[in-house]
Design a protein around this ligand. Structure first.
Ligand SMILES: Cc1cc2nc3c(=O)[nH]c(=O)nc-3n(C[C@H](O)[C@H](O)[C@H](O)COP(=O)(O)OP(=O)(O)OC[C@H]3O[C@@H](n4cnc5c(N)ncnc54)[C@H](O)[C@@H]3O)c2cc1C
Length: 466
């Protein structure tokens, strides 16, 4: 039998998840020089994952990476299956039997909790839901964020925390020029917020945000960033961390924070940066009213400092609380899962079971492989590594596979409404048109039936092509 990947005998690969990791895996496979047939499955009727539903709408330049992905989607060797979810429309054993290899690039569809009393009070949300809401994620379209209050508390100081803070404090006229969801724009226009508190468990030298995002907070008109100069005094271990060349970014953050602290205090709306504070309880009756914080101190050696409570406590008023303490992957029925890390267990991208054995033909890439860290571009090298492992395994990935034909037949039997790359384009064009009418770059559809109807009216669904 000829080896899969040779002329007339394509290596058939399914990639699950049309976010950056999925597209970069497709790019690496398309460039590998073998004959390949790639099918890209995406649970939503629209592609690009967190590029569409995570990256903040005012970061247009970053979102434009989707044009690169759209070009990959046009390659004749690749077929897109939008609105098809692994675990819902096709099971793990079914997909594994259809293809020589499957790359799982499903990202993170949950988030870490604080696990403190009061976390279930109305008004307490995951930043992930808030981000999804303002970016038009269908799962979050019906959520309600009450901005009829003066004070919001954001738990966390990574870039997601900074993003949600910036969106809460951005002038409406600025947001109107983005593709932010219409429902979010209307709600933010009515916001009464005057104080936004960003809470970090550790010190300014350990804050996870990047300088560009931090600096942007200081450019918001009508808002001043408040930092206590005393919070910027570092302990000796933090000074040593700062001196390390690998921490140049931290040094830049410190410079920015010192600049914020030195600015003359004015009346008006404030973004307060609090360091060495950990939330211990949320209080309220019908909805959240306040957050109790435990003051922390850092102990340990440089690079391994831990925050420990001093015993002192403070309280902040809060009508809205957003926890931004990390995204998290969830299990896919039929695949092993590392519950502690919220990722697929793997060795060099090969998914491994509890017994440490490789699940033959199964690979992972992106955030579901390495957890929620890194920028869009980090997924390119990550996916290239996974594809390199897949190609090295080619001698084991043999046998006849029905691939695309088999998937089409299975989805047709289940009457799945599949959205093709043409359908994706049609949805985007319709969204741009809706945006033009409102003087915005795009007005996204936030309902799945609307997306499906638009894809349907513009292109024949993929299942009809078989
Ligand atoms: C709020 C936020 C802001 C960010 N801002 C920036 C930024 O400004 N700059 C930057 O460089 N990076 C940013 N990032 C990071 C960047 O978005 C990630 O590095 C990247 O999106 C991770 O790619 P991924 O493909 O692993 O996951 P995702 O982007 O999440 O893509 C996963 C895809 O898989 C699909 N999927 C999930 N389950 C299934 C299933 N069962 N079947 C089929 N499909 C499925 C999902 O719908 C999704 O489309 C941000 C991240 C967040 C959370």
């Amino acid at each position: 039998m000829s080896v899969a990947g040779q002329p007339g005998h394509p290596l058939k690969v399914a990639i699950v998840g049309a976010g950056p990791a999925g597209f970069y895996a497709a790019e690496a496979l398309l460039a590998c020089g073998l004959e390949v047939e790639i099918d890209l499955l995406e649970r939503l009727p629209v592609p690009y994952g967190l590029v569409r539903f995570g990256v903040a709408p005012d970061h247009f330049k970053l979102k434009s990476v989707s044009a690169v992905f759209a070009r990959i989607a046009q390659d004749a060797r690749l077929r897109c299956f939008g609105n098809v979810a692994l675990g819902r429309d096709v099971s793990v054993p079914e997909l594994g039997a259809l293809y020589h290899a499957v790359v799982v690039a499903t990202g993170t569809d949950s988030d870490r909790r604080l696990d403190i009393p009061g976390e279930s009070l109305p008004g307490v949300h995951a930043a992930r839901d808030f981000v999804g809401w303002y970016n038009g994620l269908p799962d979050c379209a019906d959520l309600d964020f009450d901005l009829d209050c003066e004070s919001a508390v954001v738990i966390g100081q990574g870039n997601v925390a900074i993003d949600v803070c910036r969106i809460l404090a951005s002038p409406i006229e600025r947001l109107r020029r983005t593709d932010i969801a219409g429902h979010a724009l209307d709600a933010l226009a009515r916001s009464r917020l005057r104080h936004i508190h960003l809470i970090g468990r550790r010190g300014p030298a350990q804050a996870k945000c990047t300088p560009k995002e931090l600096r942007e907070l200081g450019t918001l008109p009508d808002w001043q960033v408040a930092v206590q100069a005393t919070d910027l005094q570092l302990n000796p271990a933090s000074e040593q961390e700062l001196a390390q060349p690998a921490n140049a970014q931290v040094a830049r953050n410190l410079d920015i924070l010192r600049d914020f602290a030195a600015r003359p205090v004015q009346d008006g709306r404030r973004i307060h940066l609090h360091f060495l504070r950990a939330p211990v309880a949320l209080y309220g009756n019908e909805r959240v009213r306040s957050v109790e914080l435990a003051v922390q101190t850092l102990t340990g050696t440089p690079g391994a400092q831990q925050a420990r409570p001093t015993g002192e406590r403070t309280t902040l008023d809060a009508g809205l609380v957003l926890r931004a303490v990390g995204y998290r992957g969830t299990t896919l029925p039929g695949l092993p899962f590392d519950h502690a890390r919220g990722t697929l267990p793997h060795r060099d991208g090969r998914i491994i079971g509890d017994d440490g054995q490789w699940l033959s033909g199964w690979y992972a890439s992106g955030w579901i492989k390495r957890g929620p860290s890194g920028v869009i571009g980090s997924n390119r090298a990550d996916s290239a590594d996974t594809v390199a492992a897949l190609l090295a395994d080619r001698p084991c990935l043999q046998g006849a596979r029905s691939g695309r034909d088999g998937l089409h037949a299975l989805l047709a039997r289940r009457q799945c409404k599949v959205v093709s790359a043409d359908g994706w384009q049609a949805i985007e064009q319709a969204e741009s048109e809706r945006g033009r009418q409102r003087d915005k770059p795009a007005e996204k559809f936030v309902r799945i039936p609307d997306m499906l109807a638009t894809a349907d009216s513009a292109s024949r669904p993929e299942t009809a092509r078989t």
